[in-house]
Design a protein around this ligand. Structure first.
Ligand code: ATP
Length: 259
């Protein structure tokens, strides 16, 4: 049986009187790339933040790698956090640090790691994220959007995580850059045995990368399944999303790519 690395059960998120999630359930299976989609404001980012413990839900539980996130504190909590990496939407790099130093930030939590080893490990992750050697010494302001994403990804990979969270990784990238990023995610998943939770609006990414898709609507995960299964879902938003003009273009380009 496939092991779940994330189990979200009965989550409720509410800000003031605004209920964002109610009774939301979701699983991430080990080794899969799960694409999380939904209309603007359906709470995709809030869900990601809830799973990594940056947002405390009003009700429900989140288990990551078998542990209840809300019940952990101190060193146990830090130990669990070291088993995942997050790429936030804009890369969330420290502007005063160069790329190598940004990637070194999570590595500073590792006790007794000599500075030269830390630096070498950071450079390895930078290269795994597909950046050239010279990028190590560049500051975020000198990087293109695609390079910033890759630097953010290198930092997410710094501690050899089992799970990677990606918040709209291809947003703002041109189609060629987005396609290259999709392929990088696939390669890294395969070579590092990652499980990937990816919030995305990008239909090409869903086609190229995702094993399963979860649709957020009506305050919960309305449905999950493969792309083929999504095409059969009889719900107005899901139908419009997966059968609309952009979906047709993505399907066509996917087919061309495979010919
Ligand atoms: N800290 C907060 N305080 C109050 N409201 C919040 C907070 N965080 C999120 N929200 C609200 O929760 C809702 C969901 O936000 P979220 O950013 O998760 O949506 P999303 O699905 O990721 O949207 P988009 O696709 O536009 O990025 C929005 O209405 C947002 O205003």
């Amino acid at each position: 049986m496939t092991e779940n690395v994330i189990e979200v059960r009965g989550i409720k998120n509410q800000f003031g009187r605004h209920v964002v999630h109610e009774n939301l359930d979701l699983d991430l299976r080990r080794g899969e790339i799960l694409g999380v989609v939904g209309g603007s404001g359906t709470g995709k980012s809030v869900l990601l933040r809830t799973i990594v413990g940056l947002n405390r839900p009003v009700a429900g539980t989140v288990r990551v790698l078998g542990q209840d996130v809300s019940k952990l504190a101190g060193p146990a909590r830090e130990a669990l956090e070291r088993r995942w990496g997050v790429l936030f939407q804009n890369g969330a790099l420290f502007s005063s640090l160069n790329v190598r130093e940004n990637v070194e930030v999570p590595l500073r939590a590792v006790p007794d790691l000599p500075p030269e080893t830390r630096s070498a490990l950071a450079e390895l992750k930078v290269s795994m994220a597909g950046l050239p050697w010279i990028a190590n010494d560049k500051y975020p302001s000198d990087l293109s959007g695609g390079m910033k994403k890759r630097a953010g990804l290198a930092r997410a990979l710094a501690l050899d995580p089992e799970i990677v969270f990606l918040d709209e990784p291809t947003a703002g990238l041109d189609p060629i850059g987005a396609d290259a990023f999709d392929r990088l995610i696939l390669e890294l998943r395969d070579s590092l045995n990652l499980s990937v939770f990816m919030v995305t609006h990008d239909l090409d990414t869903l086609h190229t990368c995702c094993d399963r898709i979860a649709v957020l609507a009506e305050k919960r995960v309305l449905t999950t399944g493969t792309m083929a299964e999504m095409l059969e879902v009889d719900h107005p938003w899901v139908h419009e999303y997966f059968h609309g003009p952009r979906a047709r273009a993505a399907t066509a380009s996917d087919r061309e790519g495979k010919e």
